[in-house]
Write a protein that binds this ligand. Sequence first.
Ligand SMILES: Cc1cc2nc3c(=O)[nH]c(=O)nc-3n(C[C@H](O)[C@H](O)[C@H](O)COP(=O)(O)OP(=O)(O)OC[C@H]3O[C@@H](n4cnc5c(N)ncnc54)[C@H](O)[C@@H]3O)c2cc1C
Length: 389
Amino acid sequence: MDFQLTDEQRLISETARDFADKEIFPRVRDNDRACRFDRELASKLGEVGYLGAPVAEAYGGRGLDYIGYGLIVEQVGRADSSARTVVSVQTSLVAGSIEKWGTEEQKQKWLPRLCSGEALGCFGLTEPDTGSDAANLRTRATKTDSGWSISGQKMWISLANFSEVALIFAQTDPEKKHRGLACFLVPTDSEGFTTQEIHGKLGLRSSDTGEISLDSVEVGDDAMLGEIGDGFKVAMSALDNGRYSVAAGCVGICEGCVEASVAYSKERKQFGVPLARFQLVQEMIADMILKRDASRMLVYRAGVLKDEGKPNTMETSVAKLYATESAVECANLAIQVHGGAGYVDDYPVERYLRDARVTTLYEGTSQIQKLIIGRAATGENAMTPMVES
Ligand SMILES: Cc1cc2nc3c(=O)[nH]c(=O)nc-3n(C[C@H](O)[C@H](O)[C@H](O)COP(=O)(O)OP(=O)(O)OC[C@H]3O[C@@H](n4cnc5c(N)ncnc54)[C@H](O)[C@@H]3O)c2cc1C
């Protein structure tokens, strides 16, 4: 067992940290205040190879392993969870699914443009009436002579308003339940495909989030990713990778909270001494370090299993559950260390709290992660009436 990063991994992490400090941090506060999705930043992420890091070089990616990918995501997440959402959705949910399930033609068509950031993609699983119970989709795909006609609604879809392609999960035969689900690569300029921005989010204010309406959207047979009945497996394999990415981003939030709190506690004086001298302040910093380090180790464990091609659903859920809850707790503690100054956006800690909050909801809520872990431990599926995959 080796707890040290290799020289190459350290370089990946340091380079990503440098990029985050120079290119992301300077924009974060203005973008957050303006609730502005920064398309230019998304392009820059693509230019440096952060939008398809684990995708094979032959398709425009960097061919990195999962540990390397996680190190990049951690640094982007330390700077800005909205930018990290672009990396996670584009890489783990969209490009990763196309690489794993796509035909050669689909890969050639989409992957190079997604990895370079020229095109963005979104992952359309959730619907107004279907969240945690992801097998129970209402969106329908009906067979036509030349392909499929898709109708339905998608809700809470990251990057919906800026994407060129959407992975749309739809039911082809309601009687078959999850075995009738299919995933389609739908160009967003298709007739009948419309989006609407969702406003008023607590955090992730510079991440784009939208609703998608599909009104008899026609696609060819070649738009299907995998086969009829693969839709649920495509979604679950994407979420296994997406959860790893969310967890790695949350390690970055924990790290950011520690760094901001240590710096502030040394600079701010009360009772004639720096805050850092107070044991109760040190206790808060120690608690953050504990959560950061434990989260990081759990992310590394999941990453190593992924790199070895071993089953890792349970370990990825453990990492996601622990790292996301830790990010919320660290951000809350970091605000406490900053006192009143932590309540406004002169410091990053209030944004860390607002941004961390969604990570315990999306890509499977904390309750769903616990049910996945419990199912792995006991062999009993307590998510009933969810159907087994
Ligand atoms: C900012 C943002 C971005 C998002 N981006 C995307 C995206 O890009 N693509 C996408 O497809 N989706 C996306 N989502 C949707 C997200 O994945 C869902 O919100 C999430 O899966 C939860 O579904 P829900 O909101 O319908 O909550 P519900 O499923 O209605 O859950 C509500 C509560 O009930 C609990 N609950 C539900 N079922 C059970 C159970 N069996 N046992 C115990 N408790 C249970 C949940 O844990 C939760 O506490 C995004 C959401 C947000 C807020």
